[in-house]
Structure formats: structure tokens, C-alpha cells
Design a protein around this ligand. Sequence first.
Ligand code: PLP
Ligand code: COI
Length: 362
Amino acid sequence: MSDLTFETQAHPARRTDAERAALMTNPGFGKVFTDHMVVARYAAGRGWYDARIQAREAIPLDPAAAVLHYAQEIFEGLKAYRTADGGAALFRPDANARRFRLSAERMAMAPFPEDAFVDAMRKLVEIDRSWIPDTPDGSLYLRPFMIASEAFLGVKPASEYLFVTIASAVGSYFKDPNGTVTVWVSEHFTRAAPGGTGAAKCGGNYAASLAAQAEATSQGCEQVVFLDAAERRYIEELGGMNVFFVFADGTLQTPPLSDSILPGITRDSVITLAREAGLTVKEEPYTIDAWRADVRAGRLTEAFACGTAAVITPIGTVKGREDNFTIGDAVAGPVARRLRGMLVDIQRGTTQDSHGWFQKVF
Ligand code: PLP
Ligand code: COI
């Protein structure tokens, strides 16, 4: 147990009910921010200190701060949901705390205590409770992150860090919450390589994905499908979500975890729920050639993306320099819809949770 405690310094002038209501009408994703944030500082030899919940404000940063030069940065993404009794709950915050620690290790950063991480999420949800949307697709998206704040231009792990968590009232990540997405197979750009940082949630992975994302957008696609860096054959994941394939015989398949795939908490939850529902789930490599052939032959009936932001979003069309194929009628398939229902019911507390995933905040 860490002895880090968060002092609360409430915002002296929170947004009014009317201001908040206006901002929360159609919030989209990641544009509407709450009144508070969490901050904590770290210094080598001192450990974590000065932890507090405070008014959301700009972060003062020395222009020599290591993060600005060598990108020593990690982040997380998790959601708080409004429950039917007017309370709020988090989904598997302990899993995010653990992944945050593993990301810190990979990026040679100071680990943030896992219990303090969960405590910080709970405190931010409590103080900004009026920002949790009560719409069917709405939630409060929490974005914890850590940056190397030491002012030093030598290339080495920094000795000072800043932990921050901001919160954003969000609706669905994609425009149509009930529709499908079109994905772009990136043949030239890769996201992560063996021995690299793909399994860590560091900002650099996303920076590396943006040229491919821009290419996807210019081709009318919402997300990029990244292939493995060594052979450019095996499907790894999308720019910001994991991927599953559903076959006509009812089995599910998802690429196995490696050091170039982010171990999604939604991915792990989907595997558990699908197996409990009696479905066979294989964690095995799958190539782009097999995907194309299986769709043409009618062996593959559905594919879907999954992640905190995306929840479960069916993939309708796959495009690439050599590809343009549609899965089924490009509508949400029954397996994706069923799994999404099971997941969302647990997240929102409308069904019994036997896994300890649903964690009531108040
Ligand atoms: N893969 C990438 C690259 C992601 O950014 C995310 C989102 O966090 C995921 C997968 C899904 O992870 P999770 O389900 O933990 O949100
Ligand atoms: C998340 O799902 O939390 C992510 O970080 C992915 C990104 C597309 C917002």
C-alpha cells in the first residue's frame, strides 16, 4: 500500500449548471473537459509527493523538460459510467493501474503506485460527478498520464515526473454509435516493431501512427489496420483499438499479444465474456490474405474493433491499396451486438458482475 494521499483543493469557480449543460449537449469525444484534475510530482530520492485534486489549469513546464525532447510519456484511458441509482462506477480501474505501471517500466519512468492510481480516479469522479453524462452512449472518460518533467537535455531516464489526470465528458468515439467503421490496411507504415514499445501505452506509438491515420482519413476510412513490422502480413491491431474476427462456425479469433500489440482491457474482457457464453476464442495470428480470402469464401461473417473509447465497433468495409471488401452487408453482426450488450450491461451495472470488474464509486 502506498501512503500517497490526495489533498483536495476544490475549484473556486466551477462552471454553472447552465454552462455545463450546454457543453454536454453532443459532447463528441475528448473536447469537453471537467473542472478539476489530479496532479502528483515525483523526484528521485524523494518519491511521489504533492498529490492533489485541484482546479484544471495549464501545466507550467520548463522548455528543457525531457518529455518535450525525448517523448518520455505514457497515458491511460478508462471510463466512469452513470448508474441507474444516480451513482457512478468505474470499469476495471485496477487493470489500467497495472498497465500504467508496466508502461512506466518499459519507458524507464517512475512507477505510479497502483492503489494511488485507483484512488485518484475515484476522487476525480466524485468531485466532477456532475460531468458524467446520463445518455446511453455517454460516459466520463478519464485520461491519466505521466510526463518526464526534469529540465535536462542529456539522453537518459528523467529523475523528475509529473502525473496528471484530466476528465472529459464523452459520447460515442465514432460518429454513428450503431453503425460500422471502414478501415484502411496500412501497407507502408507500421506502428510497432518487435522489441519496441507497441505493448506500452506511450504517446510515441500514437505519433508514429498518425501519418497512416492521415492516409486512412484521405481514403474515407476511420481507422488503420496495422500489420506486423517484420513480414507485413499478420494483422496486429488498429491505431487505437484491438481487433476480433468472427467465423461462420461461431469461433472468434484475435491476434495473440506480443511486444508490438497493446494488451487491451476490453480485449481481455471480450475473451472472458465470449468464453463464458460458450464461444471458442482463439488467440492466434491471422494474415491480411486470410482475411480477404475468408470474407470472399463466406467463412468470416464479422469483424469488430474493441477498446475503451470504441467499446465494440463492427468493421463494415476493409480498404487498402489492393483491397476493397465488405463484410456481410456492412451492418453490425449478431456476435458483435451480443458481446457489446454483455459488456455494456456490466459497465453500467444493469447486470450482475461476477468478475469484480464493476467498481462503484458512490
Ligand atoms: N490498442 C490501442 C493501440 C489502443 O490505443 C487501445 C485503447 O486504449 C486499445 C488497443 C484498447 O485498449 P483498452 O481496451 O484497454 O482500452
Ligand atoms: C482508449 O480507448 O482509451 C484510447 O486510448 C484509444 C484512443 C482511440 C482514444
